[in-house]
Structures are given as structure tokens and as C-alpha cells.
Design a protein around this ligand. Structure first.
Ligand SMILES: Cc1cc2nc3c(=O)[nH]c(=O)nc-3n(C[C@H](O)[C@H](O)[C@H](O)COP(=O)(O)O)c2cc1C
Length: 354
């Protein structure tokens, strides 16, 4: 798997998720086997670049390359400037966000809203490529299947993006109008893959090694991108890599392994955000990590009342130590892996379309 000059260790990507895939979480996912991670989106609004939020998002200290930064905006010149700004700060790949409902920039919705205005979307793509090319930085694009069910323009837009010089396209199998409702469909991803020469990444509802394998086979995509399923379960990348290589499922990590990985992540997290913000924003990561474990919901509620990072660490450590007395391996209550594979009728439909 290659993006421009960068050869990736595998084709399992962690999805950019604002408020989740900060540098500590990306590093955790990379340690757990993800071959590639893109930053949370950075706005093209210059007046916000010096804000604490944006500067934390632009922090890549100690991060394994290639450093991929996602930018979001609605104005071609501003996006070109954001490209140069992020390249100056270490970005080796620039990803354009046309995949998630980003905030308004200059009174227009950015992100997936751009799919509704193809000429503007293309103007932005061309401007970003022109700004990145002198630095030898590849530009990638993340999009949805289209604006709404009756206007699925992912194929048209990705062909235009490829002609403009985009190096890789990721498609989340939902329309902008859907938000996160319904199920991701992969027929559009398969159609994009069949038409493009550049790498295509399939994204949406991939929540198990089995599903990753199915989606790769059904779409022919070069890589899969996993978002929500990695929250609290970053070892999904190790599990998926193993399953793809051997066809066998790995057992769940041991309780003590998971405890140590989570504690390491928390320490990284606090050192990026500082005590107060670190302690508050760590709550969601801890909550996800225990969500599917026995007694996890009760622990989450108690942990949310704690007011210091030291208390969080102590509580997490004690909770996992107690869990380890009853179980050697993480005793997941639900097994999402088997619960959400693609239905047989959809497989058939996809094969016919492919
Ligand atoms: C909390 C959250 C934040 C997200 N932020 C971004 C973002 O900054 N940029 C982007 O392109 N997509 C963003 N997404 C969309 C994800 O990258 C991904 O396309 C989507 O979650 C579908 O993949 P999944 O089913 O594996 O989660 C976000 C999703 C979530 C849940």
C-alpha cells in the first residue's frame, strides 16, 4: 500500500474523527497495528490557527510518519494557504475533508457539504494540489457516496479528483443526508474502485476483522478505514491484520495487557492536554474501553465523577485489576464481530454489481 512516495506497513487505516483521533489516540492505534492514521480535521480559517484547539491538532511530536493532516474549508485560496501552513508544520500528506459534516467556514458548510457543489469541490482540490505539489506532498480526498440518495456523485467527483492529481480516495458508504443513520453500502465504493487507477479506501461500519475481509473482497478496495469500532478497542487493527493473514481469530487481549495499553494512552493524553482538559477528555476514552465489559457502565458513571487525572488512573487500574481476578482475557459482553457482518442478500447484490 503506497501513497505517493510513502509505503505503508499495511492497508488498515484509522479514520479521522474530530475529538477522538488526536495524536495520542493515533499513536495508540499505530502501536496496535494500524498502518496509517490521519489527523482530526484542521480548519482553513487562519484566525483559528493560533487557538489551543488547532495547535493541539497540529501537534505531531513523536508521531510515526507519514504525517497526514486533514483540512476542511470552503474557499480554494484559504484551503491552499492551509495546505502550505500544515506542510510547513510537518504534514507529509494532505487530506481534504469532503466526508464529514464540518462546521461553517465563510458562511458555507465545509466537509461533505462540498459534494453538493462539484465545481467548488474541484476548485478546492486543484488549489490544494497546486499548493502541495512544489513540496512533493501527495493530496488525498475523503468523501461520502454523495449528497443524498438521489444524488450519489462519488464516482463522478472521484474521477475528476483523480484527473486533477489526487493520490488516494476514501469513500464512506453513506450519503451526507444519512448522517450515521442506516447501514453503510459498499456498491458505490466498489464502483469507485473499479473506475479509478489510484488507491481507493473503503469506510463505514467496519467493526470486525471478518467485516474488514468481506468489505475488501466485495469492493476490491486497496484498504479499509475503521473509525468508531476502534474507540475503546484499538486492538481491532492487530486482530484484523491477523485474521487477514491467517483466516484465524485472535483471542481477546488479556485484561492486564489492555490495562497497560490504556494506562499508557492516558499518560500520553494527559501530557498533550494538561490536567483539567486531559482529565475531562479522557472520560470518553475510558468509557469506550469499559463499555462492553461486565460492570463497565457502572464503572463509567463512577469514574465520570472523579476530578483528577491521578484519581482516574488509580480507579482504572483498580477496576482492571479486579476484573483480572475473574478473567484472564477481556470478557466482552457482546460480540459485535459476528453481529454486524454483511447480510447474504447484500453480498449477492454487490457481486452482481461488481
Ligand atoms: C466522532 C467522530 C468524528 C469524526 N470526525 C471526522 C473528521 O474530522 N473528518 C472526517 O473526514 N471524518 C470524520 N468522521 C467520520 C469518520 O472518519 C468515518 O468516515 C465514519 O465514522 C464512518 O466510519 P466508521 O463506521 O468506521 O466509524 C468522524 C466520525 C465520528 C464518529
Amino acid at each position: 500500500m503506497q501513497i505517493g512516495p510513502y509505503c505503508l506497513p499495511n492497508n488498515l487505516f484509522v479514520a479521522p474523527m474530530a475529538g477522538v483521533t488526536d495524536r495520542p489516540f493515533r499513536q495508540l492505534c499505530r502501536r496496535m497495528g494500524a498502518g496509517y492514521a490521519v489527523s482530526e480535521m484542521v480548519t482553513s480559517r487562519k484566525d483559528l490557527w493560533s487557538s489551543l484547539k488547532t495547535s493541539r491538532r497540529a501537534n505531531h511530536d513523536g508521531e510515526a510518519g507519514p504525517i497526514a493532516v486533514q483540512i476542511a474549508g470552503t474557499d480554494a485560496a484559504m484551503m491552499a494557504e492551509a495546505t502550505r501552513y500544515n506542510i510547513d508544520r510537518g504534514a507529509q500528506i494532505i487530506d481534504i475533508n469532503m466526508g464529514c459534516p464540518a462546521k461553517k467556514v465563510c458562511n458555507k458548510w465545509a466537509g461533505s457539504a462540498l459534494m453538493q457543489d462539484e465545481p467548488l469541490a474541484l476548485q478546492i482540490i486543484e488549489a490544494v494540489i497546486a499548493a502541495a505539489a512544489p513540496h512533493g506532498v501527495p493530496v488525498t480526498l475523503k468523501m461520502r457516496t454523495g449528497w443524498c440518495e438521489s444524488e450519489k456523485n462519488a464516482l463522478r467527483l472521484s474521477l475528476a479528483a483523480e484527473s486533477a492529481g489526487v493520490a488516494m480516495v476514501t469513500v464512506h458508504g453513506r450519503t451526507r443526508e444519512q448522517g450515521y443513520k442506516g447501514e453503510a453500502e459498499y456498491a458505490t465504493v466498489a464502483a469507485v474502485k473499479a473506475a479509478l487507477k489510484i488507491a481507493v479506501v473503503a469506510n463505514g461500519d467496519i467493526d470486525s476483522p471478518q467485516k474488514a475481509k468481506q468489505v475488501l473482497a466485495l469492493t476490491g478496495a486497496d484498504a479499509v478505514m475503521i473509525g468508531r469500532a476502534a474507540q475503546g478497542r484499538p486492538w481491532i487493527f492487530t486482530e484484523t491484520a491477523h485474521f487477514l493473514a491467517t483466516g484465524e481469530s485472535l483471542p481477546a487481549p488479556t485484561v492486564l495487557q489492555a490495562r497497560d495499553w490504556l494506562l499508557e494512552h492516558l499518560h500520553d493524553h494527559y501530557s498533550l492536554y494538561g490536567e483539567l482538559t486531559g482529565m475531562r477528555t479522557a472520560r470518553k476514552h475510558i468509557g469506550w474501553a469499559v463499555a462492553e465489559l461486565p460492570g463497565g457502565e457502572e464503572f463509567r458513571q463512577e469514574m465520570n465523577l472523579l476530578e483528577s487525572s491521578a484519581a482516574q488512573v488509580k480507579a482504572l487500574q483498580a477496576w482492571f485489576d479486579t476484573l483480572a481476578q475473574g478473567y484472564q482475557r477481556l470478557p466482552y459482553l457482546a460480540k459485535p464481530s459476528e453481529a454486524r457482518t454483511i447480510a447474504p442478500h447484500e453480498c449477492k447484490q454487490l457481486r452482481q454489481q461488481a
